[in-house]
Design a protein around this ligand. Sequence first.
Ligand SMILES: [Zn+2]
Length: 299
Amino acid sequence: MIAGGRRIGKIEIHRVLEMVMPFDRRTFFPNNSDEDWAPHRSWLEPDALDPKLDALLFPMQSYIVRTAHHTVLIDSCVGNDKDRPKRPAWHHKTDDAFLRGLRSLGIGPADIDYVFCTHLHADHIGWNTRLENGRWVPTFPNARYIFSKQELDSWRDVGHKNFARTPLEDSVLPIVAAGRADLVANDFALDDQIRLESTPGHTPDHVAIALQSAGESAVMSGDLMHSPVQCLHPEWVPWPDWDAALASRTRRAFLERYCDTPTLVCTAHFPLPSAGRVVRAGGAFRDGFRFIYDDQPWS
Ligand SMILES: [Zn+2]
């Protein structure tokens, strides 16, 4: 056990935090008015909603899952040297926060056995590759990279809303070209501890990653929700959701599935510790859910 890790049965979970970044609230949730937000400001501020910037604060992070057999990286943050002109904080970035965070766990890039990506947006695939002599090469030289085949095909072939080709070309296709990718169906299971769970809508074949060991369970929810306000309001749709109706249905079904269970839900972008349990909200929000943050120590 590495110090500070979170245990799920015999599995260890850790996080690697690359950055925390503000996103303009109105731009991110274009369909929701100031009046919609007003009742939630007091409990969202200051960690999930920065009152000065009026911006949502999203961590960019990976989860490390260690089983008796494998070291697995789940989502790979923003990465360095990537051409992301629309996002200055991501554009040709050169910091070492991610690799340093990994090393602080005693893990080097060569120790990663598998990389899973919940979906193929830029902040979940960036460290899949690094720039070496002008070429994108796998950051994790010994890893198999697990991508949904349907997700990759839809991004490759279909020009859909919010489609951005550059992240695919610098962070996914070089992995495929290097022969390091396993293109799988959305019911893929690595073993009896780690499996995919189909959660489409944010992207065409977004998946959650479900973990179970010795009677305990956790699930990495990727971007099927971005802000804890969406537990109370699963119908709130952020602009990047590819299919708004499907994403909302998936969000509600996911929250129903894990509501009032002991499963630890590990989100990508909720404020740290980003992980917790889903409970039914009750009262005025009896159709909604609340997120109870994990009170165990994390690295
Ligand atoms: Zn994301």
